[in-house]
Unconditional design. Structure first.
Length: 308
């Protein structure tokens, strides 16, 4: 009986070692404060991962909330110069992670700097993609960049995500008549979207004309009449969640996609729902959950208004 119990315990331990959550987590000694987010930006750019945003949140945290327990808290977004076009051409909703995010953070009095980024499996789950080939290639670019440029970084995974029954990408659609001027349609959509942000406290630190990438700056035909992505932030959400789950910064800022395929008579607008933060980063703090769910409700109301 004793041998049987030991065998079962050993098997359970082996399974636990193989299990992994939705986030790659890296930590590296930074006691001397020599490693900075700008070093990560340089490394990503050098390795074919174009950085769109490198946003230091310490100033905004202190300005709005008067304090922070972090000496480094940076939101970084980037996309793959090699694989993004192929990915979004094949999976339109992949724009929800174009650009994708990385959280970079270090607490005051802590010796380690941390990086968090979504796994390919997590992105596939969220987007509803069964073939992970392209996502795995992008993941390899990211992981190889970190391990190559920060060889002393310790690599682990987050613990298993919490279960959720919600849709992981929130989308709204708007029909377009064949006689509509698409420039006018897009102008009205973006104007209404941008005017809807401020009353709810959303800000846009970055905007990307993704169709320029998909058309290779008008040198090849794109499958889309237009494709835009907005990086959206709400400071109380990021600040409150950071207190208990800083690794959730991999989801921030949230990428909102707006696209119309040439083969379709509709515009699609969508974003990865906050249920991903709750599930993948296991956000269970009551105040953080309230901020996230309020942001989801507010953003849904904006998108519903502009697509009706």
């Amino acid at each position: 009986m004793k041998k049987t119990i030991l065998l079962i315990a050993a098997l359970l331990f082996a399974v636990s070692l193989q299990a992994k959550g939705d986030l790659h987590l890296f930590s590296i000694d930074n006691k001397a404060d020599k490693i900075t987010p700008y070093m990560m930006e340089k490394a990503l750019n050098k390795n074919g991962l174009h950085v769109e945003l490198n946003s230091n949140m310490i100033g905004p945290f202190k300005k709005q909330f008067k304090k922070t327990k972090y000496k480094i808290f940076t939101l970084m977004t980037f996309w793959s110069e090699k694989y993004t076009k192929e990915l979004v051409d094949k999976y339109p909703k992949a724009g929800a992670f174009t650009p994708m995010g990385m959280g970079i953070y270090q607490k005051k009095g802590e010796n380690s700097l941390h990086f968090s980024v979504l796994t390919a499996e997590a992105q596939a789950k969220i987007l509803g993609i069964k073939d992970l080939t392209l996502l795995k290639k992008i993941e390899a670019e990211v992981v190889n960049t970190i391990t190559k440029n920060f060889p002393n970084a310790k690599h682990t995974f987050s613990i298993d995500s919490l279960k959720t029954s919600h849709n992981l990408v929130t989308t709204y659609e708007m029909e377009v008549d064949k006689d509509d001027d698409l420039d006018d349609v897009l102008d009205e959509l973006t104007m209404n979207l941008e005017s809807g942000f401020k009353p709810f406290g959303f800000v846009v630190p970055e905007f990307m004309e993704l169709n320029e990438v998909l058309s290779k700056h008008d040198t090849v035909n794109s499958l889309y009449d237009f494709y835009l992505t907005y990086s959206i932030c709400k400071l109380p959400v990021i600040y409150t969640v950071s207190k208990s789950r800083p690794e959730a910064a991999a989801f921030a800022p949230c990428t909102t996609m707006i696209y119309k395929k040439k083969s379709e008579n509709k515009v699609v607008i969508g974003f990865p729902g906050v249920y991903n933060w709750l599930s993948s980063a296991r956000v269970e703090d009551k105040a953080a959950k309230m901020e996230l769910l309020k942001a989801q409700k507010d953003f849904e109301s904006i998108l519903k208004d502009i697509t009706e």
